[in-house]
Design a protein around this ligand. Structure first.
Ligand code: FMN
Length: 204
């Protein structure tokens, strides 16, 4: 079963989280991670004028853009975004808004979905971003999968990691590395999506 990990990232942090979610998927027998990104909306001239954006884009240059077929083939889907004013990025929302034909055909109904997010500040969207991102996924008929507190890092983290989904604190310069507790929560979401997806496939 394919687990689609579709994300947007400007500086590379959400891209690194996507790889960690993929590691969790790979730990489950019968599950295969598929990492895809979405079209950029920042003008190329703006990216070219900033070393941090150029570096972020460079590290993701081999990642293909997601297609409708990727969504169709997936048995479970993880959606990743940096926060933008406490909410999902326009780039990822733009992709979600293009799911209309799959929505009308009910093709995403019953698929498990999880969300993950990176923020610049500790209280700038770690909880609002995942929670608000869940609304369109519920419209699409997806079954929301979070991270349970049996993942003990949720109790001890001093930075990212929420029951609504993995999160990462990037810092004001977006350069803080993903720490080991944040990474554990990312892998836990990947594993859980794969396990739930496989269980649901057996029932259908
Ligand atoms: C337009 C814009 C709005 C942002 N809004 C927020 C915000 O509301 N709260 C916050 O903590 N960080 C905010 N950030 C910081 C980003 O969320 C941070 O750079 C991101 O987590 C890095 O992810 P990336 O490396 O995958 O791009 C904002 C950044 C930009 C460019």
């Amino acid at each position: 079963m394919k687990v689609l990990i579709v994300y947007y990232s400007t500086f590379g942090n959400v891209y690194k989280m996507a790889n960690l979610v993929a590691e969790g998927v790979s730990q489950v027998k019968g599950a295969e991670p598929v990492i895809r990104t979405v079209p950029e909306l920042i003008p190329q001239a703006v990216i070219d004028s900033r070393e941090d954006m150029k570096a972020g884009k460079q590290m993701q240059k081999s990642i293909p853009l997601v297609t409708s077929e990727d969504f169709r083939q997936a048995g479970a889907i993880a959606f990743g975004t940096p926060t933008r004013f406490g909410n999902v990025s326009a780039q990822l929302k733009n992709q979600i808004d293009q799911l209309t034909s799959l929505w009308l055909a009910g093709e995403l109904e019953g698929k498990p979905a999880g969300v993950f997010v990176s923020t610049g500040s500790l209280h700038g969207g770690q909880e609002t971003t995942p929670l608000t991102m869940m609304a369109p996924l519920l419209h699409l008929g997806m079954i929301i999968v979070g991270v349970p507190y049996s993942v003990k890092e949720l109790f001890t983290t001093q930075a990212g990691g929420t029951p609504y989904g993995p999160s990462h604190l990037a810092g004001s310069d977006s350069k803080r590395d993903i720490d080991s507790q944040e990474a554990t929560v990312c892998r836990a979401l990947g594993r859980r999506l794969a396990e739930v997806g496989l269980l649901l496939q057996k029932k259908s």
